[in-house]
Design a protein around this ligand. Structure first.
Ligand SMILES: Nc1ncnc2c1ncn2[C@@H]1O[C@H](COP(=O)(O)OP(=O)(O)OP(=O)(O)O)[C@@H](O)[C@H]1O
Ligand SMILES: O=P(O)(O)OC[C@H]1O[C@H](OP(=O)(O)OP(=O)(O)O)[C@H](O)[C@@H]1O
Ligand SMILES: [Mg+2]
Length: 290
């Protein structure tokens, strides 16, 4: 290897090895063109073509490794990052692993979160819960459990739980109800060490993930329209930097091409049709750099 880039150490990236974030994180990295492990027992993968090394770690530990500067970048949950107290910053939201952090109890235990005072609260997110109690000026005993926290109430270990809620089905099965507002909305995030200078190769890595995020949330819209209605159509599909307008062989008609948000794209096609657009095509974007 002779180029300057490859003489630098590889970018070291922490990826969840198990749990809710693991598969989606791996899929996102594959889409971004990175080599991923083929066997879930593999602990590390060196992607020599892209000069990055992946470390498959417990999602809860990832912010700590990055905060200490042992690894350059990590993918973890915002809730896990905040719970860890690590000196790491969230630099991108990755759009998967969405969840809400809530308190729950048997009906009648609490009428509001102010009633948490003096209660026994079971959680796997002790840092998040303690901080929340502190902010509200409440004193309660916090019991750290690794998982299945919903069962702790039935077993008489706790009065209240604080946990991740996605569909709410685990709470229902345990006969518990949510109390109070959402404490925190979480999703998978990209983290780097707080206050550190950007590691070599990070810019390219970030741009590749941004490309995946855009490719997932935008589609390409093509259609033909008569010039008379072009300005109305362009107002509906302004694109990112303006749509591409090309002449058509048919007099007074043009072809328009613009990126549009995937959400609402079917409604947009109906609106374009209604103002006279025809041959309206929607295609997926596989990758992009904007
Ligand atoms: N249904 C869910 N249950 C748990 N965590 C979820 C869920 N949906 C998204 N997440 C997010 O996944 C991260 C937790 O991942 P983690 O791997 O620690 O727990 P897990 O998915 O419960 O796995 P396990 O219990 O097998 O260890 C958090 O950021 C959390 O917000
Ligand atoms: O609202 P829901 O869709 O039911 O999802 C939330 C549940 O899923 C997770 O549990 P997990 O399966 O990870 O088991 P664990 O409690 O042992 O971690 C989380 O801790 C909740 O218990
Ligand atoms: Mg779990």
């Amino acid at each position: 290897m002779t180029t300057t880039t490859t003489e630098l150490p590889p970018l070291r990236i922490a990826i969840p090895n198990k749990g809710s974030l693991s598969q989606s994180a791996t899929e996102m990295l594959r889409e971004a063109g990175y080599r991923q492990r083929s066997d879930s027992k593999q602990l590390t993968v060196m992607d020599t073509d892209n000069h990055v090394e992946f470390f498959y770690l417990r999602p809860r530990d990832i912010a700590l490794y990055v905060g200490e500067g042992t690894l350059d970048v990590g993918i973890t949950g915002r809730d896990l990052l905040l719970d860890s107290g690590a000196k790491a910053d969230e630099v991108r939201q990755l759009g998967f692993g969405r969840s809400r952090f809530r308190f729950a109890a048997r009906p009648g235990t609490l009428s509001s979160l102010d009633d948490l005072a003096g209660k026994r609260i079971a959680t796997s997110y002790v840092g998040v819960v303690r901080r929340h109690l502190e902010e509200r000026g409440l004193e309660a005993s916090v019991i750290r459990l690794d998982g299945a926290v919903e069962t702790s109430i039935q077993l008489g270990v706790a009065d209240v739980i604080a946990d991740v809620v996605e569909t709410g089905s685990t709470l229902r099965q345990a006969g518990l109800e949510i109390v109070g507002d959402t404490i925190l909305e979480s999703e998978a995030v990209l983290v780097t060490q707080a206050g550190a200078s950007e590691p070599a190769g990070f810019e390219v890595f970030k741009r590749r993930l941004d490309g995946v995020l855009v490719a997932r949330s935008y589609v390409m819209m093509d259609y033909d329209i008569d010039r008379e209605h072009l300005s109305d159509a362009v107002a509906l599909t302004p694109g990112l930097e303006g749509p591409t307008i090309s002449p058509l062989h048919r007099e007074d008609w043009v072809a328009v091409r613009a990126m549009v948000p995937r959400d609402g794209s079917q409604r947009l096609m109906d609106q374009l049709w209604a103002i006279g657009a025809r041959a309206i095509l929607l295609t997926d974007i596989h990758a992009c750099r904007l």
